[in-house]
Design a protein around this ligand. Structure first.
Ligand code: NAD
Length: 296
């Protein structure tokens, strides 16, 4: 049994931290929100009064925070110095590559081993312990982190050096945003051309146009396996989070000089969808905006 500090117990962390406790670890939890903290304590975690207190004597530190600024602040103000140098530090939040690399460099300079380990999978996967972790950092850091991450996920993959986990996450989600938007407009065109969406699905999901957005997460209700489209686009992966990831991808594209026109188009479309009030809807709900006459 190890002593694990867990900071950030929101939609994702609130599901992940109890899985570490269930695996037999002593989980010292902290969140600025009393409600989030109380929920984690009900589910087997121990209450810490501050992030720094959670880190004291920890063998491992996990953070699951909203964005890069929160991650930088928590590590600089509460983790570095408070956690023992032997602790493995794991940031599982989705943040910009530049901040991930900067915080990992600071950790290294201070004598810590740190990895970025963002996740694929939503709230249900966090609860169920079936997340996929994409890990950036040294081989030694990956090995140390894996034994903890495995208790919260179904796959733990070493993406490369510091920041590589975040790079993999935003590249994957840029591709997902672009293929979802393309899948939605394709169904709109197919319908206008008189094709039955179920017949088109049967054809395209077995032909060269298929993608995960088509085959496993079809944006049209009643077509293919059950998806958020069948529940009025509720639940699933919120469009606001897709927009966040697309923004991170576009920032990274600009910083690295990559030409990403499809990612840019997807970002604009999701920005419009969020501006129209679709931020809390599943990201496949953008089909309603692409053609507002769409009968979902
Ligand atoms: P959330 O907003 O529900 O939770 C974040 C938690 O961090 C909140 O409870 C907040 O109070 C806490 N927090 C913020 N600043 C803090 C601080 N200084 N100290 C302690 N606690 C602090 O967000 P979420 O949905 O759980 O997402 C967390 C991360 O996971 C984000 O980076 C998100 O992009 C990523 N992610 C989310 C999903 C999803 O489906 N929700 C999926 C994959 C990845």
């Amino acid at each position: 049994m190890a002593r694990v500090a867990f900071i950030g117990l929101g939609h994702m962390g609130g599901g992940m931290a109890p899985n570490l406790a269930k695996a037999g670890h002593e989980v010292l939890a902290f969140d600025l929100s009393e409600e989030a903290l109380a929920h984690a304590v009900e589910r087997g975690c121990k209450r810490a009064k501050s992030a720094a207190e959670a880190c004291k004597d920890a063998d491992a530190v996990v953070t699951m925070l909203p964005a890069g600024k929160h991650v930088a602040q928590v590590y600089r103000e509460a983790v570095f110095g408070a956690a023992p140098k032997t602790a493995i530090l794991m940031d599982c939040s989705t943040i910009d590559v530049a901040t991930a690399k900067a915080v990992e460099a600071e950790a290294d300079a201070a004598g810590y081993t740190m990895v970025d380990a963002p996740v694929s999978g939503g709230i249900a996967a966090a609860e169920g312990g079936t997340l996929t972790f994409m890990v950036g950092g040294s081989k030694g850091g990956f090995a140390k982190a894996s034994s903890f991450l495995e208790k919260m996920g179904k796959a733990v993959i070493h993406a490369g050096g510091p920041g590589a986990g975040q790079a993999a996450k935003i590249c994957n989600n840029m591709l997902l945003g672009a293929t979802m938007a393309a899948t939605c407009e394709t169904f709109v065109l197919a319908e206008k051309l008189g094709l039955d969406p179920k017949v088109f699905f049967d054809i395209s999901s077995k032909a060269s146009g298929q993608s995960w957005s088509m085959t496993s997460y079809c944006p049209v209700p009643g077509v293919g396996p059950e998806t958020p489209a069948d529940r009025g686009y509720e639940g699933g992966f919120a469009a606001a989070l897709m927009l966040k990831d697309l923004r991170l991808a576009m920032e990274a594209a600009q910083a690295s000089g990559a030409y990403t026109p499809m990612g840019g188009e997807a970002e604009e479309l999701y920005q419009r969808f969020v501006d129209l009030g679709g931020g809390s809807k599943d990201f496949s709900g953008i089909i309603k905006m692409i053609d507002d006459s769409w009968q979902a």
